[in-house]
Design a protein around this ligand. Structure first.
Ligand SMILES: [Fe+2]
Ligand SMILES: [Fe+2]
Length: 491
């Protein structure tokens, strides 16, 4: 049972934990009742944030019945009897999102919850707390599901729904182990990242996953509106072009950028890592894995902001001593898909160059194992490489890639699996993957395939990473649940 069941009223504590620009506590509903006698409400959007070994944030908005929104949560380990004392009232933000922070939880424990504060819950509403940082999950394996550029939404079943089902089919055939973490690589809501587009492309597509699995996003160009063409470096410059049929900037005092209002991200190292001081980029730990989400759309375009993000990244990676390190961001350094990493595209794709020239050396120097981007609507996976900071024509496999026994670039498969400490005795190589194929695949560009990439395919799908103490396996799963590419890193 719960050792210390401490429902935390989030009024001030959440303000301190990274969403101060998002919360307007003028609408707290401090229901005097402390018993779980409410009615379960099916929220229009419901998702988990910042899950750690002893806490989680449950966030929601709306009521599909069109009636009153839920104002509290009850939770416990027995879904048939949620303890009366677990009732926790929500804080409501200026954009109408309700959130509760549950803390004092036990690690690696499954809790059930009721949005609306009923005394019972169901299987669809649960979360499992993380292992204590550094320890392995009870089953030894952490499963991470990654989708990129999935934001197609719309009526009927969107392409992203087929990608989702492909992953589900694969997982079902693999013993039905659910994902522990759900990562989104940006362009999560086309075309302009409005609140309504997030509803259609995120909450209406991944409904079941989001109710049980914490989601960790990164910012794509479409999150800044402007039909994806923004070169601004501040979220205050969020702009909707066209008729604004899918909404516009969010109201003050919140950020005008819906992404920052919807997600509650750990600016203050609430889930491990070092404090970034901004929700635009952050890091966190899960078991023996350290994960970093960079802002390749906004912060990267301003010299001072970029310098701050780079320094934070170095400090964060240097302070990390977990077994595995994963980095996500939107703009891919090596791609010949719908975007070309040899073109800045009038400045819109400048971050592709900046990531390649200024950030890949940091990844390689500070022990990152794998890096994931979207933006190009394709799947592309690199060799295990180091030092490729130039245009594609400068890629030299003999000096930049891990080689096999025949001095050819190693595949990462079978007896050519990569080792965290490469053959040169250094932990200095990274596999770079583009997985912008989560909602659409479009075109390739001149020079396809990029020479740094061993596998490039215009095929819908997503990525699954399974990681234990000594082995990381990353798989590209298509809409049929078939693995089309995979590689292994051992340590
Ligand atoms: Fe995209
Ligand atoms: Fe993009």
């Amino acid at each position: 049972m719960i050792k210390s069941l401490i429902p935390v009223l989030v009024g001030t504590s959440l303000v301190m934990t990274g969403c101060s620009n998002n919360n307007n506590n003028d609408d707290d509903d401090n229901n005097a009742s402390t018993t779980c006698t409410g009615t379960a409400v099916e929220a229009e959007r419901l998702f988990l944030q910042q899950l750690s070994s002893d806490s989680v944030i449950i966030k929601w908005r709306g009521n599909v019945d069109g009636e009153a929104e839920a104002s509290s949560v009850c939770f416990g380990t027995d879904m048939a009897a949620l303890p009366a004392g677990s009732k926790t009232d929500a804080t409501v933000t200026a954009t109408g999102h309700s959130e509760v922070l549950l803390s004092g939880l036990e690690p690696q424990t499954t809790y059930y919850y009721s949005v609306g504060g009923a005394g019972v819950a169901d299987e669809a509403h649960h979360f499992r707390t993380a292992p204590v940082t550094g320890e392995l999950p009870a089953d030894g394996n952490t499963r991470i599901w990654i989708v990129g550029d999935s934001g197609v939404g719309g009526t009927g079943k969107p392409e992203s729904g087929y990608v989702r089902d492909g992953f589900m089919n694969w997982a079902e055939n693999q013993g039905n182990e659910p994902a522990d973490l759900f990562l989104m690589l940006g362009d999560n809501a086309y075309d302009q990242g409005t609140d309504m587009e997030h509803q259609s492309a995120v909450f209406d597509v991944y409904t079941e996953v989001l109710a049980t699995t914490p989601v960790w996003p990164t910012i794509g160009n479409h999150e800044m509106g402007s039909l994806g063409g923004s070169t601004a470096s501040s979220p205050n410059d969020y702009t909707v072009l066209g008729d604004g049929a899918n909404g516009g900037p969010d109201p003050a005092p919140d950020s005008p950028m819906p992404y920052l209002n919807i997600f509650t991200l750990p600016a203050d190292a609430e889930v491990g890592g070092l404090p970034s001081g901004t929700e635009q980029y952050y890091s966190f730990d899960y078991a023996n894995v350290h994960i970093v989400s960079l802002d390749s759309q906004l912060a990267i375009r301003d010299n001072d902001s970029r310098a701050a993000m780079m320094q934070w990244l170095k400090d964060d990676l240097m302070s990390n001593n977990l077994d595995w390190t994963i980095v996500i961001y939107h703009h891919p350094p090596y791609t010949k898909g719908s975007h070309d990493s040899d073109s800045e595209l009038f400045g819109i794709d400048q971050p592709i160059f900046t990531i390649r020239e200024e950030f890949t050396p940091i990844f390689e120097q500070y022990g990152v194992d794998v890096a994931y981007a979207g933006h190009s609507h394709i799947y592309e996976r690199s060799y295990y490489i180091n030092g490729h900071t130039g245009l594609s024509e400068t890629f030299d496999a003999q000096t930049m890639a891990e080689l096999n026994d025949m001095d050819m670039p190693a595949s990462g498969q079978g007896d050519e699996a990569y080792t965290q400490i490469a053959r040169n005795g250094l932990d200095d190589k990274v596999v770079y993957t583009v997985a912008g194929n989560g909602g659409k695949v479009t075109t390739t560009t001149e020079g396809f395939p990029h020479p740094a990439n061993i596998f490039s395919q215009l095929e819908l799908g997503s990525v699954v990473i399974d990681v234990d103490e000594s082995r990381l396996e990353a798989s590209f799963v298509d809409v049929n649940g078939t693995v089309l590419d995979s590689f292994v890193i051992t340590r």
